[in-house]
Design a protein around this ligand. Structure first.
Ligand SMILES: C[S@@+](CC[C@H](N)C(=O)[O-])C[C@H]1O[C@@H](n2cnc3c(N)ncnc32)[C@H](O)[C@@H]1O
Length: 232
């Protein structure tokens, strides 16, 4: 990302309910289809599972259209998948068909009614969509919703060259601080990629001066932090 382009967007105004129905995610960003709808699980999520980082009762926080949750259910995990956008949950339920996933509309920054339930939390690109206060409340809500020793597996836009603009992308130290203050022990932060639909974000990337790699399938290869943490 070029440093001298002023960011034209207020990410806290993102309308997730709208984009799942063909409306605008952000005013004047030209995003009217779901940029993260790649129709399959994210490679970083497959990697968490391959590394044995999923166990017990799993919460997929900000599940979107549910492909990650369905993937984990297909591997035999008991998955609860929540999203604040009712339009996402409606479509996720349809897409999941007979897959054994419990979907619910819920605000991940409070998770009221889910106290002490989960052994693993998967966050595939939710944390970075929240503002500073939302990120703190979310980290605390995850602590309340999990059991002692629970694991947190997170993919979060990384504030690195060639990545998304801040404050959407998060500096490593900020991420570590917010999780640590909420009672999470961060055990690993490494670089990974999050796939997106390049066509959906063409205008947004141009206006924000973001130059990301696009692969042969027309997918943006967005740099993320792959974060492992344990409930302290
Ligand atoms: C970038 S999308 C990622 C979706 C999905 N995890 C994936 O990787 O395909 C972020 C998702 O978080 C949801 N979200 C945003 N704020 C939320 C909140 N406070 N509580 C629950 N979900 C939220 C949005 O509706 C959206 O579906």
């Amino acid at each position: 990302m070029s440093k001298n382009i002023e960011q034209p967007y207020d990410f806290s105004t993102a309308d997730f309910n709208a984009v799942y129905q063909g409306g605008e995610l952000l005013e004047n960003a030209g995003i009217t289809r779901v940029p993260w709808d790649i129709g399959e699980p994210q490679p970083g999520v497959i990697e968490f599972e391959r590394r044995g980082r999923i166990r017990g009762a799993v919460l997929d926080a900000g599940c979107g259209l549910g492909d990650n949750a369905v993937f984990l259910a297909s591997r035999g995990y008991h998955v609860t998948a929540v999203d604040a956008a009712s339009t996402a949950i409606e479509q996720a339920r349809k897409r999941a068909g007979s897959a054994d996933v419990e979907f619910a509309v819920a605000d991940a920054t409070s998770l009221a009614g889910f106290e002490g339930r989960f052994d693993t939390v998967l966050d595939s690109a939710l944390f970075h969509t929240l503002d500073a206060d939302g990120r703190r409340r979310y980290a605390a809500a995850l602590h309340r919703a999990t059991r002692p020793g629970a694991w947190l597996d997170m993919l979060c836009f990384a504030a690195v060259p060639g990545g998304m603009p801040e404050p959407l992308a998060v500096p490593e130290q900020t991420l570590r601080r917010i999780l640590t203050e909420a009672g999470w022990r961060v055990t690993e932060v490494s670089r990974a990629v999050y796939w997106g639909v390049a066509e959906a974000t063409r205008e947004f990337l141009a206006k924000t001066g973001t130059r990301v790699e696009v692969d042969a399938q027309g997918r943006t290869q967005l740099p993320v932090w792959s974060v492992l943490a344990e409930r302290a």
